[in-house]
Design a protein around this ligand. Structure first.
Ligand code: ADP
Ligand code: TRP
Length: 322
């Protein structure tokens, strides 16, 4: 049985990019393997420096995952920091990590270019992520395309470690990128991201969500004229949440003209609201029972730690720490 593993940082509200890029594929994979999903709170420390905010984000992320269909009876669901073995593995891996590769990594360059302080934690982020993956002998890692390089670094590190110690100690994982939803566009056409202020949040209030959808940037084509379909943010988002028939109809109406952007946006909002209705209901159920959520995470951590200690023992043995 394949080990499937993924994580998400508790650093802000879950958006459509997270859902279609990572969470939906991850939830679907539960049926096909032994799934481990976690809340990457240690990673979030690179950007979230308010303890109350971090605790709130962790709780929200737990609810988000459960709302979106993570089944605790089937998958191991835990908080990254509940398995401290991961930081030891990250240290050991860091001794095999070429410095230049970290300095050139996209996410480090992007984040520092946007003004984040170039802390050591931000630089070594991919090493901790490699430890997350390698600590559980993961086979498959469902993620959005922006994480592809992190997976390449992880494989490379595992290979370097194995070569250094002359034994297949660490299992090489593969990224699983759902091509059709690998990059969900945001309201401004850039990649949707919490940090670009261009995200549609799954669990936003109705009014706020409607306002955001109505604010999507469009061109000034008059109502009666045909509208471009290529590169249309509206169509790309609508396709994700509408039935195939409704999506095809909206595309036809773009080509034919006669319907205005305001109308299309109203339909996009309605389809989005409806698509996530079952998740909203499930989220409310879990939110009403915080003790049950705590128990899921506690049991998940216990199971994850069981695997982690075995793999770490193997690693320690290989490098002479035992
Ligand atoms: P953000 O960029 O909003 O901070 P994260 O880095 O926390 O998002 O990403 C969590 C998961 O969601 C990752 O697997 C990432 O690849 C995926 N993801 C994030 N944004 C998108 C997007 N716009 N399209 C597809 N997948 C995405
Ligand atoms: N870096 C990922 C993100 O920003 C989160 C993450 C941390 C992760 N560790 C991981 C994803 C291990 C997959 C596997 O979304």
């Amino acid at each position: 049985m394949k080990r499937i593993l993924s994580g998400i940082q508790p650093s802000g509200a879950l958006h459509l990019g997270n859902y279609f890029g990572m969470m939906r594929p991850a939830v679907a994979l539960q049926a096909e393997g032994d799934a481990f999903y976690f809340i990457a709170d240690l990673h979030a420390l690179t950007t979230v420096h308010d303890p109350a905010a971090l605790r709130g984000h962790v709780r929200d992320t737990a609810l988000d995952f459960l709302a979106c269909g993570l089944d605790p009876a089937r998958s191991c669901f835990f908080r990254q920091s509940d398995v401290p073995e991961v930081t030891e593995l990250a240290w050991i891996l860091s001794t095999a990590m070429p410095m230049s590769r970290l300095e050139l990594a996209h996410s480090f360059k992007d984040k520092t270019a946007r003004g984040l302080e170039a802390s050591h934690g931000l630089l070594s982020y991919p090493v901790l992520m490699a430890a997350d993956i390698l600590l559980y002998d993961s086979d498959l890692v469902p993620v959005g395309r922006d994480q592809k390089q992190h997976l390449e670094i992880t494989r490379d590190l595992a290979q370097r470690f194995n070569d250094r110690y002359g034994a297949p100690v660490l299992r090489l994982p593969e990224a699983l990128i759902a091509e059709s939803t690998a990059v969900v566009p945001g309201l401004d056409g850039q990649k949707m991201s919490k940090s670009y202020g261009n995200a549609l949040e799954l669990f936003a209030e109705e009014k706020a969500l409607r306002k955001k959808v109505m604010g999507i940037v469009t061109d000034s084509t008059p109502v009666e004229s045909p509208k471009p379909t290529e590169g249309s943010i509206l169509l790309a988002l609508h396709r994700l949440v509408a039935s195939p028939e409704d999506a095809a109809r909206m595309e036809d109406e773009h080509r034919a003209g006669g319907v205005g952007y305001g109308d299309f946006k109203k339909r996009l909002f309605a389809a989005t609201w409806e698509y996530f209705a079952p998740m909203r209901a499930k989220r409310a159920e879990w939110a009403a029972d915080p003790a049950a959520v705590d128990e899921v995470l506690r049991a998940g951590a216990a199971k994850a730690r069981g695997v982690a200690t075995e793999v770490l023992a193997r690693v320690r043995q290989a490098c002479g720490l035992r």
